[in-house]
Design a binder for this molecule. Structure first.
Ligand code: NAP
Length: 335
């Protein structure tokens, strides 16, 4: 394993911004992960685990510690009757894994097609899209607890999964996810409740997970930026989950506001509020702007700075607070 010094982090994030890592290690085997953690302990360095960098904003000051970029690879499939368990190494690209399961004919993660990032990052925020979240198919996560230096297998119920959250998100940089197991089925279980997906299948039902995958990839291509063209970290803000009282007051004012009962309260469509209450689609500060086709997403052009993104985040957060009395939480991790 080779450790470099003062490595620029911008090329490793999809926002393409930010300063340097004091130390940087690229790990391709579990043994190298352990070696990198030993180096960090020996030099009393904080660690940052990096996958695809698709949910990360690094400040100009960079990271004064060791960044461990996880590039371990491998997908093992164990078939058992009508289902298969996939054991996937953390450094695999999430979407490559989904592509594989769909072409194998297994149902379960097809709605999660097109999400950038790695398999190891997926459990941290319990990635979700179009009515499906990782927790629905995940069997276990193997992770190194850096406080005790032990490799522990957490069953799904031990992972404390919630809306875009998990045990691993509650204590970021404590748990280094090494591999993940998911169970998928040959039985058709299409989840078509979200209107964008339902519209595709109004007259014909999907015949395979591949059909659903193709529909989702098409929908996402209309709504989300092409990372080859612009910088972005996907949805910059979480959809707020508010109390029934706050939701009732907002729905009384804005009867069209999409809202959904979830554990812990009512989930509101932030994109709708940004569009219909604040009218901020396309708002720009410097080289950062709210994406014209989906206002939850901040996109960055080649001239954007970290300050542009942070100022835009601050402006939107303050405007939503003033207009709707809702406190926004960034979905993107800011280092
Ligand atoms: P959308 O489908 O226009 O939905 C807008 C909002 O309404 C979202 O908050 C969504 O909740 C909710 N919603 C819509 N239909 C629902 C239903 N039938 N039941 C419960 N809630 C419903 O959202 P979009 O912005 O185009 O995004 C499409 C999907 O990709 C969404 O599921 C979104 O969350 C997901 N996405 C995930 C990430 C991520 O994990 N980082 C990033 C970008 C987009 P949910 O957010 O709970 O689905």
């Amino acid at each position: 394993m080779h450790i470099t010094k003062n490595e620029p982090l911008a090329p490793y994030t999809t926002l393409r911004l930010g300063g340097n890592a004091r130390f940087f290690a690229r790990v391709t085997h579990t043994a190298e992960i352990e070696e990198a953690l030993r180096f960090a302990r020996a030099h009393s360095l904080p660690v940052l685990f990096l996958g695809g960098g698709s949910n990360l904003l690094v400040r100009e000051g960079g990271f004064d510690g060791l960044v461990i970029k996880i590039e371990t690879r491998g997908i093992e499939k164990k078939e058992a009757g009508d289902h298969a368990i996939y054991i996937v190494e953390a450094g695999e690209a999430w979407d490559a894994f989904v592509a594989r399961t769909c072409s194998d004919g297994y149902w379960g993660v097809e709605n999660l097609s097109g999400i950038p990032g790695t398999v190891g990052a997926a459990p941290v925020q319990n990635i979700g899209a179009y009515g499906v979240e990782l927790a629905h198919t995940l069997v276990w996560v193997e992770s190194i607890d850096t406080q005790t230096q032990t490799l522990i297998r957490y069953t799904s119920s031990q992972c404390q999964f919630a809306y875009r959250s998990s045990l691993f998100k509650k204590e970021l940089n404590r748990y280094l996810i090494v591999r993940v197991a998911c169970t998928l089925s040959t039985h058709a279980t299409p989840q078509l409740t979200y209107s964008d997906v339902a519209e595709v299948f109004t007259t014909t039902a999907p015949r395979s997970p591949q059909d659903v995958r193709e529909a989702i990839l098409h929908i996402r291509a209309q709504k989300f930026p092409n990372l080859r063209e612009e910088g972005s970290a996907g949805s910059f803000f979480l959809n707020p989950i508010v109390s029934f009282g706050v939701a009732d007051a907002l729905v009384a004012r804005y009867p069209e506001l999409p809202h959904f009962s979830v554990e812990g309260g009512v989930k509101l469509s932030l994109a709708w509020l940004l569009d219909h209450v604040l009218h901020v689609r396309g708002t720009r500060i410097g080289g950062a702007r709210l994406f014209e086709r989906q206002p939850l997403v901040i996109v960055t052009d080649t001239h954007a700075t970290v300050a542009d993104v942070l100022q835009l985040q601050k402006k939107i957060t303050e405007d939503v607070e003033t207009a709707c009395t809702i406190s926004l939480i960034p979905e993107v991790r800011i280092i």
